[in-house]
Structures are given as C-alpha cells and as structure tokens.
Design a protein around this ligand. Structure first.
Ligand code: GRF
Length: 194
C-alpha cells in the first residue's frame, strides 16, 4: 500500500478522483492526509472521506522558508511514500523539494515544457496552440521543469473558452493521475519484492 499526502489549493477534483479510486480495496494507494496553503474548497472532500487535513498559510510566517519548513513538517508527520501536488498553486522552495526528492509529483494542465506556470490553459489558447494536454512529472527546484512521468495529448476545439478547455483537460487529468499513482504503487511494491 502506497501512503500518499495530497496538497491542493482549489476545488480538489483530482483529489476527489483519487479518494474515490482508493475506496476500492484493490487500489494499492491510501490517502493519509490532505494539506493546503489556505481554506481551499477541496478540503471538504478529505473531510467527507475522513482523511486528516492541515492548512499552513504563508501569511502566518515571516518568510517562505519558514512556511515551507512547517508545511514539510506537517507532510512528514504522515510518513508518506509519495506527495502529490494536485492543483497546489504555491511555488515550493528548494529545501522542501530536496527533502522529498523522488517522492514529490505534480500534475500540470499542458504538455510540458510548453506552457509552464499558473495559467497554462489560458497561455495555450492565447498562443493559438492546436493541441495541449496533461503532464504528470516529478518536481525539481524549477517551476514545472522536473522529469516527466507521463503525458496525454488533447486537441483544442475551435472557439473553445479557457474554462471549457480546462474542464476537458481535467477529465483526462483525473484519470491519468489515478492510473499513474497506481503504477508508482505497483512499481514500489515490485521493487520491495512484495
Ligand atoms: C488542475 O488542472 C491542475 O493541474 C492545475 O489546477 C487544476 C486543479 O484542479 N494546476 P482541481 O483543484 O483538482 O479541481
């Protein structure tokens, strides 16, 4: 069983997909806690599934390092095998990323390296891209630059709005995230000889 901590900032639909998948006893993943940088609406999903939650707000700390140190302590308290950034919209400092090296993944709504950053869907539309997609990748010290685990492409429809496109991306993203975390869980148990 892979223990996962999920960090979110928003509606948490990716988190919800993972919580639902983990209801199946054959799915080899347990969400042990959900954290956020604010009182995000998505925390309600964790509460409904009786999963621990924590909020560590940057504004309560002197600087980003202090904030990240406390966030990391909350994460490590749950002893996760994997930490998933699922719509977590704060940039994490190198100290946090290093402490979780190889155990920290992010889901991003574009085909990286195209359209890094917080407005990937809008940027793809503004650039007139014909295709975009989803990338799930390991997190390194850069923004959306870490090694890619998996990508899935999607064709942009003529005249599609940012919210329409993002919703279609998220349908793919949720399924890909659930599938990818399952694969990581199976790879870990295979490497441990289980
Ligand atoms: C996802 O598309 C994620 O990639 C992006 O923000 C969205 C979060 O969606 N960074 P949700 O909170 O999981 O519904």
């Amino acid at each position: 069983m892979l223990s996962v901590v999920v960090l979110i900032s928003g509606s948490g639909s990716n988190l919800l997909a993972l919580l639902k998948a983990a209801e199946n006893p054959l799915y080899p993943v347990k969400v042990v806690a959900v954290g956020s940088d604010k009182d995000a609406p998505g925390l309600e999903h964790a509460e409904l599934f009786e999963v621990d939650t924590f909020i560590v707000e940057p504004s309560r700390f002197q600087d980003k390092e202090q904030w990240a140190k406390t966030l990391l302590a909350n994460v490590l308290h749950h002893q996760p095998d994997l930490v998933v950034l699922a719509g977590f919209m704060k940039i994490l400092p190198e100290s946090f990323v290093k402490a979780l090296e190889g155990k920290l993944i992010n889901t991003h709504p574009s085909l990286l390296p195209d359209f890094k950053g917080a407005h990937a869907v809008r940027d793809a539309l503004q650039a007139g891209a014909k295709k975009t997609g989803v990338t799930i990748h390991y997190v390194d010290a850069g923004v959306d630059t870490g090694p890619v685990i998996v990508q899935q492409e999607l064709t942009i429809n003529e005249g599609e709005s940012e919210s329409e496109l993002h919703e279609r991306i998220k349908v793919i993203e949720r399924a890909l995230l659930v599938e990818t975390i399952e694969k990581l869980a199976l790879a870990k148990s295979a490497s441990e000889g289980n």
